[in-house]
Design a protein around this ligand. Structure first.
Ligand SMILES: NC(=O)c1ccc[n+]([C@@H]2O[C@H](COP(=O)([O-])OP(=O)(O)OC[C@H]3O[C@@H](n4cnc5c(N)ncnc54)[C@H](OP(=O)(O)O)[C@@H]3O)[C@@H](O)[C@H]2O)c1
Length: 333
């Protein structure tokens, strides 16, 4: 029988994509989805067979616990939320026969992101740092999992993995960089890259902080969805030997990465597409006025190596970032 998945965040950009990819790879899969609004629940239930909406929010901890207890696998895509993810883990733990002495079986994926790699104690310049190198999710894992809790995602990442270990549940944190391409779900199809495109269009100039040489690692939304489904398959649809190769908890942090694009490359490409002139260099303060996180979005960048997924044999398929920007009408950059 097909596994039963409990998933949150399915009305969102990433969660909608993961839901779509689950059905693409496993048309008969059974999905219980936490959804806030009745109208969204009706639309998703009429799109996907065997999808059971569970109306509630991430604050409904007893609901999350019981829904997770009934599932073979949980995928959380509703943002950093320690109590919610811990409640789902408690549910999984209550339904598993856990042998505390053995390595926990992988049972939960929680989405995080690479903004934890940004060290905001350094000046934001938009300029690539000399000697900076990609972060590996194998070689640099200890550092990544011990970042100061003030960094984005760090507190949630650490608390989730600590609770997983305490409960004997295997958790994988999946950490994409910038996401290029349209969302594959039926509801939210655009995210940050649509914001940059719209801002450039309304200002009449593409912009960066400094010289924009700082690069971000990126992947396509579709590849991220495929990577999550791949990890779920390795976790619960493969043999014991394979399952044991899937790192969880203190070994359970997975980058998803296809390539790198510098902020200047992105700015030049959108400028060309919109027929605009030279790219403008803006100050950190001006970037903050454009968006509260503008200094981070337009002035920082970090690169990654998805060593853990590569080791398991997964590789991204969509490698042409310009094609992803222009996909389906392409109002994104
Ligand atoms: N977008 C990116 O470029 C990107 C890049 C890297 C990592 N990520 C990570 O991916 C995850 C999802 O991001 P996203 O961009 O897909 O976000 P999003 O589009 O804003 O979607 C968030 C989802 O979570 C749901 N949600 C939020 N608060 C909730 C609550 N209190 N109760 C129930 N549901 C709630 C939303 O439901 P409603 O529709 O009802 O609001 C929606 O389904 C995050 O962890 C993010 O850090 C995203």
């Amino acid at each position: 029988m097909e596994p039963r998945i409990f998933i949150t965040g399915v009305t969102g950009f990433v969660g909608g994509t993961i839901l779509d990819r689950l059905y693409k790879h496993h048309p008969n899969i059974r999905v219980d989805a936490l959804i806030r609004k009745e109208t969204d629940a009706t639309q998703l239930a009429s799109t996907y067979p065997n999808l059971t909406p569970i109306i509630g929010t991430l604050a409904s901890l007893s609901l999350l616990k019981s829904a997770a207890a009934a599932a073979d696998f949980v995928i959380h895509v509703g943002g950093d939320n320690i109590p919610a993810v811990c409640a789902m883990m408690d549910g999984l733990a209550s339904s598993l026969s856990i042998n505390k002495g053995s390595s926990p079986s992988p049972r939960l994926i929680s989405l995080t992101g690479i903004r934890s790699l940004i060290d905001l104690s350094l000046p934001i310049t938009g300029v690539a740092r000399s000697g900076s190198r990609p972060w590996s999710d194998i070689a640099d894992l200890d550092t990544i999992l011990q970042f100061p809790k003030t960094r984005m995602h760090a507190e949630a990442d650490q608390a989730i993995l600590a609770h997983s270990a305490a409960q004997g549940v295997g958790t994988m944190l999946v950490s994409p960089g910038q996401l290029w391409g349209q969302g594959k779900g039926v509801l939210k199809k655009e995210s940050h890259s649509a914001f940059y495109y719209a801002t450039v269009k309304s200002r009449g100039r593409a912009f960066v902080i400094g010289d924009g040489s700082v690069p971000w690692s990126w992947s396509s939304t579709g590849d991220l969805g495929d990577a999550v489904v791949f990890l779920m398959e390795q976790a619960i649809m493969s043999g014991d030997e394979r399952r044991e190769q899937v790192g969880v908890n203190e070994q359970g942090y997975y980058f998803v990465r296809s390539g790198e694009v510098s902020l200047m490359e992105r700015a030049k490409f959108v400028s060309e597409r919109l027929g605009l002139g030279e790219v403008e260099s803006v100050s950190v303060e001006a970037a903050k006025e454009i968006h509260p996180f503008g200094h981070i979005m337009f002035g920082c960048g970090e690169t990654t190596r998805a060593d853990r997924l590569t080791k398991l044999g997964w590789a991204p398929k969509e490698l042409d970032w310009k094609a992803l920007m222009e996909e389906e009408g392409g109002q994104r950059a």
